[in-house]
Design a protein around this ligand. Structure first.
Ligand code: PLP
Length: 232
């Protein structure tokens, strides 16, 4: 199916359940993103800073750019002027830098806590205890130019649907606990970013409010990123 047909298909599926579609456009060329945009898609997710900056410059201004991959503190400054949501906050240090760069740009930047839910040796994401400690810290209380709007998680890369379901359930449960304990008077704390091409239906069933979908829209990715950069 074409990109626009895929977008329309997702819009139809998601309209009824009030779930946002983040079209993951990493490694995809400008023309394909433009095609998705022309089909009505306005939110795109990238996992590399340099690639997102380049695409932001070339594509329509009303696109919402979401950073979904690991973010190094020294690169926050490049996206701070325009990024709409950072899904991958995994440390207090990173959050402090986002706050600092947001302040420089006279902005408040929306962020999600990336929580570690997978049963594998991935490098990124906050553990539960670490997240609670962060939320209780004085340093966190002082941050005025960031706004936490929810949590994000990546399930284990497995075909075991039961396991994926349990991991998403865990994240949704954690979200509810955090909401009660730390964000009761913060209506904006409302997002659970979970679900990708292979597991978005399970994610929605478990309460996802944002799915991050790449290959199911654009087709398989080539292995190499388009820009020279190979990590961030
Ligand atoms: C690449 C990526 C996705 C999209 O993956 P697909 O399987 O292509 O849908 C979602 N989330 C993150 C964090 C990613 O890096």
């Amino acid at each position: 199916m074409s990109i626009s047909a895929n977008i329309n298909d997702f819009k139809k599926q998601l309209g009824a359940v009030n779930v946002k579609l983040i079209a993951v456009s990493k490694t995809q060329p400008i023309e394909k993103i433009q095609e998705a945009y022309d089909a009505g898609q306005k939110i795109f997710g990238e996992n590399q800073v340099q690639e997102m900056v380049e695409k932001h410059e070339l594509l329509p201004r009303d696109i919402e750019w979401h950073l979904i991959g690991h973010l190094q503190t020294n690169k926050v400054k490049y996206i701070a002027p325009f990024v709409n949501l950072i899904h991958s906050v995994d440390s207090l240090k990173l959050l402090q830098e986002i706050n600092k760069q947001a302040q420089k740009n006279n902005r408040v930047i929306d962020c999600l806590f990336q929580v570690y839910i997978a049963d594998e040796e991935t490098k990124y994401g906050l553990g539960y205890d670490e997240l609670i400690e962060l939320l209780r810290s004085d340093e966190y209380a002082q941050l005025k130019n960031i706004r936490m709007v929810g949590v994000m998680g990546i399930a284990t890369n497995t075909n075991n649907q039961k396991q994926i379901k349990e991991e998403f359930y865990e994240l949704a449960t954690l979200f509810k606990g955090l909401k009660q304990a730390f964000f009761r008077d913060k209506p904006e704390f409302a997002e659970i970013s979970m679900g990708m091409s292979g597991d978005y239906l399970t994610a929605i069933e478990q309460g996802s409010t944002m799915i991050r979908v790449g290959s199911a829209i654009f087709g398989e990715r080539s292995k190499k990123p388009l820009t020279g950069q190979n990590n961030n």
